[in-house]
Design a protein. Structure first.
Lengths: 170, 447
C-alpha cells in the first residue's frame, strides 16, 4: 500500500500564490515508494504529464465544488518526459554492482555489445554498473525486452553517462 | 524511451529511392528541363518526383526513426506511419498525373491536381501531427529537435501554397486572388520546401547524427540556437513576408532579399558549427558516410557562391535551373544518400543482432558494409552532379543527359550496396546468422 504525503494547494492558490514549486519541493522529499496526495481547486491536468515524466501514475477523485483530490503514486515503468532515466522507479534497494564496466573510450555501438555480453553472465537480481561516453539510446530497448531494469543519467561533469542495470528473471 | 526501431523507415527509404531512380531515368530520356521550359508541366513532374517522392519520403522515414531518439520519447502514434505513406504515395501519383494532364500527355483531367494535392496535404498533415505531437510532449526541446519543429512548419506552408496552386491550375480565374498567388508565389513554395522543410530539417538532424557518428561533443546550445533563429527568420521572411507582398500586390523582391540574407547568415553559422564537429571529433578515421557528407556540404557552399554570383550579375533567372539542380542533387540528395549508407546498415545490424547480443558472437556494424567498394559510387554521384550543373550552365542539354546517366549508374550502385547490407551479404558466414537471430526482411523492419 502506497503511503501518501499530502499537499493542499487550495489555500496557496486562493492567496494568489504559485503551487508548482511547492509540489516539486515535496516530490524531492518523498521516500522511495511514497506517493503524493494533492488537493486542488481544479483538475490539475498539466501536472499529470509532468508527474508521469517523473515516474508517477495518478488517480483523481472529484470532491465537489470543482475541487479535486489527486493521488500520485510511483509506478515501476516510468514514462520519461525527456531523458529516459530508467525503467525502474528507484535503485535504492538494489544490491551493490557485481560487475563494473568503464566503456567510455569505446566507439558505439561497442559499449552496448559489451554491456549485453556482461549482463548475460549475471544471475537474476545481480546488478551491473557502467560508465559510458554517451547515452546508449538503443540499449534501453534491448534491456527492456530482456526483462532487465535500469537507471541511468549523466554525472555532474556532463560527459559521463552512468548506468545501473539489475538483471531480471528471464 | 526513444530507442525503438521504426517498422516502416526502411519502406519509406525504398520508396524514396525508387522515385529517385524513376526521375533520373526520365531526365536521361530528355523529359522536362532543360529540354522543356523550367515551368513546363513535364518539369513539374520531375521536380515533384524528386522533392516529394525522393527527398521528402526519405526525410519522413528518417524522422520517424530519429525524432524519438532526438527527444528520448516514443513516437506519438506508430499506427499513423503507414496511412501517411499511402496518402503521400497516392497523392504524389495523382499530382503527377495531373501535371501530365496539364501538359496534354493525358486526357484533360485537371481535377487530378486538387485531388492529388488534397491527398498530399492529408499525408503531410498526418506526418506533421505525429512528429509535432511527439515534439510537443517532449518540451523543452533539445536544440536539434527545434529545427525539426521549424521544418514541420515549413512543410505545412509549402503544402498550403501547393494546394492553392493546384486550385488555380484546376480552375483558372484570371484576376482572382488564387490566380495571382499562382502567378507570383512559386518562389515562396520552393523556398519553404527546399530551404525550410528539407534543408532546415537536415541541419537539425545533422547536428545530432554528426556528433553521434563522429563521437564529437554536442555543439554548444547557444551556437545552434543562433542558426535556428536565422533559419526561422529566413523562413518567416519568405513565407509571411512573401504572402503579405502577394496579398497587397507588391513584388516579392524585398521579402526574398531579406530571406536570402537570413539564409546566408544561417549557413555561415552552420558551417562554423559543422567545422567544429569535425575538428573536435574523437573518431579520427572518418567513415564513408561522414566523408561523403563533406562533399554535400561543399555542394551547398558552391550553391551559395553560385547563387550570389548569379544574383550580382543579374543572371539568376537564366540559370535558376542549374542552381536548383545543384541544391537538389549535390546538397540534399548527396547528403541523404551518404546518411542512408550509415543508417540502413546500422538499423539492420540492430534489428538482426540486437536480440542475440551477448548470447552469441555477433558481427560489428562495419562488417555489414564494404566501404572501399561503395566509395566509387559516391565519387561518381558527386562528380556527375557537379558536371551536370556545369553543363546546364553552359547550355549543353545532351551533355547534361550523359551526366545524369552516370548519376543513374551511381544511384543503382548505392542502392545495390544498401540491399547487400539489408541481406547481410557481406557478413562472413559463421557470424551471419547466429542461433536465435532472424534474417531481416528487405523492406520492413522487425520491431
Amino acid at each position: 500500500m502506497t503511503e501518501f504525503i499530502d499537499v493542499d494547494v487550495r489555500p496557496i492558490l486562493r492567496a494568489g500564490g504559485e503551487p508548482f514549486s511547492i509540489i516539486m519541493a515535496t516530490l524531492q522529499r518523498l521516500a522511495p515508494g511514497q506517493g503524493l496526495r494533492l488537493y486542488a481547486p481544479f483538475k490539475p491536468v498539466p501536472l499529470f504529464d509532468v508527474m508521469a515524466g517523473k515516474g508517477f501514475g495518478h488517480e483523481e477523485t472529484e470532491l465537489g465544488g470543482g475541487e479535486w483530490e489527486v493521488r500520485f503514486s510511483p509506478v515501476g515503468q516510468a514514462v520519461p518526459a525527456n531523458e529516459p532515466p530508467a525503467n525502474a522507479a528507484s535503485a535504492d534497494d538494489w544490491p551493490a554492482a557485481t560487475v563494473q564496466l568503464d566503456v567510455r573510450e569505446l566507439d558505439p555501438p561497442e559499449p552496448m555489445v559489451r554491456i549485453l555480453a556482461a549482463i548475460e553472465q549475471l544471475v537474476p537480481g545481480q546488478t551491473l554498473s557502467a560508465r559510458l561516453g554517451r547515452e546508449p539510446v538503443f540499449l534501453f530497448r534491448e534491456l527492456t525486452k530482456r526483462g532487465h531494469q535500469w537507471r541511468g543519467g549523466f554525472a555532474a561533469d556532463g560527459s559521463t553517462y552512468e548506468l545501473t542495470i539489475r538483471t531480471g528473471a528471464s | 524511451m526513444g530507442g525503438n526501431l521504426c517498422k516502416w523507415t526502411i519502406s519509406y527509404f525504398a520508396a524514396a529511392l525508387a522515385w529517385l531512380i524513376a526521375a533520373e531515368v526520365l531526365m536521361v530520356a530528355g523529359f522536362g528541363f532543360p529540354s522543356a521550359d523550367i515551368a513546363a508541366p513535364d518539369t513539374l513532374v520531375l521536380v515533384h518526383m524528386i522533392c516529394l517522392g525522393w527527398l521528402s519520403m526519405a526525410m519522413c522515414g528518417a524522422l520517424f526513426q530519429f525524432v524519438p531518439v532526438l527527444v528520448s520519447r516514443p513516437l506519438h502514434a506508430e499506427g499513423w506511419i503507414l496511412p501517411a505513406f499511402v496518402l503521400l504515395s497516392a497523392g504524389l501519383i495523382a499530382l503527377l498525373a495531373g501535371f501530365l494532364a496539364l501538359g496534354g500527355r493525358m486526357p484533360p483531367w485537371l481535377w487530378l491536381l486538387p485531388f492529388g494535392a488534397t491527398l498530399l496535404i492529408a499525408g503531410f498533415a498526418l506526418v506533421a501531427a505525429n512528429l509535432g505531437l511527439t515534439l510537443w510532449q517532449s518540451r523543452p526541446l533539445p536544440a536539434s529537435a527545434r529545427f525539426v519543429a521549424l521544418g514541420l512548419l515549413a512543410v505545412c506552408a509549402t503544402m498550403a501554397f501547393g494546394g492553392i496552386f493546384a486550385l488555380a491550375l484546376f480552375e483558372p480565374a484570371p484576376g482572382s486572388l488564387v490566380s495571382s498567388v499562382l502567378a507570383s508565389a512559386v518562389p515562396i513554395h520552393a523556398i519553404a520546401g527546399l530551404a525550410g522543410w528539407l534543408t532546415v530539417t537536415a541541419i537539425g538532424v545533422s547536428y545530432r547524427l554528426l556528433s553521434m557518428f563522429m563521437l564529437a561533443p554536442d555543439v554548444d546550445a547557444g551556437k545552434s540556437r543562433l542558426v535556428w533563429l536565422f533559419s526561422a527568420f529566413m523562413l518567416g521572411a519568405a513565407v509571411i513576408g512573401g504572402a503579405v507582398a502577394v496579398l497587397v500586390g507588391q513584388g516579392l523582391d524585398l521579402a526574398l532579399m531579406l530571406s536570402a540574407a537570413c539564409g546566408l547568415a544561417t549557413l555561415a553559422c552552420y558551417a562554423r558549427d559543422v567545422a567544429e564537429l569535425y575538428r573536435k571529433r574523437k573518431r579520427r578515421k572518418l567513415e564513408l558516410n561522414t566523408r561523403m557528407v563533406v562533399w554535400s556540404f561543399a555542394s551547398l557552399g558552391a550553391a551559395v557562391a553560385l547563387g550570389a554570383v548569379l544574383a550580382i550579375t543579374g543572371s539568376l533567372a537564366a540559370h535558376v535551373g542549374a542552381l536548383v539542380f545543384l541544391i537538389v542533387f549535390g546538397w540534399l540528395s548527396g547528403l541523404i544518400l551518404a546518411n542512408l549508407y550509415k543508417i540502413v546498415p546500422f538499423l539492420t545490424w540492430l534489428e538482426t543482432y540486437g536480440p542475440v547480443m551477448g548470447k552469441a558472437p555477433t558481427p560489428r556494424v562495419h562488417d555489414l558494409v564494404a566501404e572501399r567498394r561503395a566509395t566509387k559510387w559516391f565519387v561518381m554521384f558527386f562528380a556527375a552532379s557537379w558536371a551536370a550543373t556545369a553543363l546546364l550552365m553552359l547550355g549543353q542539354p545532351l551533355g547534361f543527359r550523359i551526366a545524369i546517366a552516370v548519376i543513374v549508374v551511381a544511384t543503382f550502385g548505392i542502392l545495390q550496396e544498401l540491399i547487400r547490407a539489408r541481406r547481410l551479404t557481406d557478413v562472413a558466414a559463421p557470424l551471419r546468422l547466429p542461433a536465435g537471430a532472424l534474417a531481416p526482411r528487405l523492406l520492413i523492419t522487425r520491431t
